[in-house]
Ligand binder design. Sequence first.
Ligand code: SAM
Length: 306
Amino acid sequence: MSSDLFKFKFTPDAKPAVEGSARISDTPQLVFTDQAFRDLREHIYNRCGIYFNEGKKYLLEGRIAKRIAANNLRTFEQYLNLLKSTNSRDELNAFFEAITINETYFFRAEQQFDAFEKTLIPEIIKNKQTLGGGNTFRIWSAASSTGEEPYTLAMMILERVKPLFPHINFQILGSDINNAVLDSARKGIYKEYAIRNVPPVYMKKYFKAVGNTYVLSDEIKRMVRFTNINLYDQSQMRAVSGCDVIFCCNVLIYFDIPSKSQVVSYLYDALNRGGYLMIGYSESLHGVSKAFKLIHLPKALAYKKE
Ligand SMILES: C[S@@+](CC[C@H](N)C(=O)[O-])C[C@H]1O[C@@H](n2cnc3c(N)ncnc32)[C@H](O)[C@@H]1O
């Protein structure tokens, strides 16, 4: 199976909206009624599977208030109408940017990466060799935010895996719903917070300090391709196939059980037989999917497509 997305040519996505000088205080009469909250929540859910429970009403209020001000609107109802009627990619991008949480950093899930390197990669390559599965190894970081996760994988592969398997062609795809984080990932410029876990040997080899930033080397940047994919959008999800390992970490936590099940079934379809799905430490597929076999690796869990 092949996937054109791993081969796509880089074409920059639309730029996020410029917010101008509008401020929340420009709309002092803004009232977020329970009805407006429920309507907006339903719209967000239908668009991207993210579910805002009652406890997150105030978070949503603050974030959407900024979009209302930026569009010179006066109410949440008006903004919802705008979302329903607009074809503006810029506003949709700004909206996704407003409702997503993009926290990430390099070497975030060290034990998981370790198990991936030492157990999963050798096992999958061995199977490929036995079953005539070709020399391509596809890895998809399916909610990659600003790129730290797929770039960590790229560094580990270049440093520790490639010397053992020089004939294997590793392809890494990073995707997210938020174009602003994808733009940032492509630039590969990071602050102290993002690099705080990077081992010194990788720091020395693959980052250059420039002012108070750390610039990732082109060698690593070239190993990852980034594109916009909404995990909840079936047609976009169908564009990826033939993956050996998918990392979909720290994003399912924002979904409810039905939307998680939906997304996980798309991820299942995108995997090769014998491939693995990795999710965040605090996440589980319990009650979400029975399609995978739960595998206990040293200090990490993985979900296998048998
Ligand atoms: C907390 S970050 C996780 C980053 C990285 N995977 C990690 O574990 O460090 C969650 C990311 O999921 C993305 N996201 C949320 N909903 C999404 C959706 N429906 N489709 C694709 N990406 C989504 C957000 O934009 C955000 O960048």
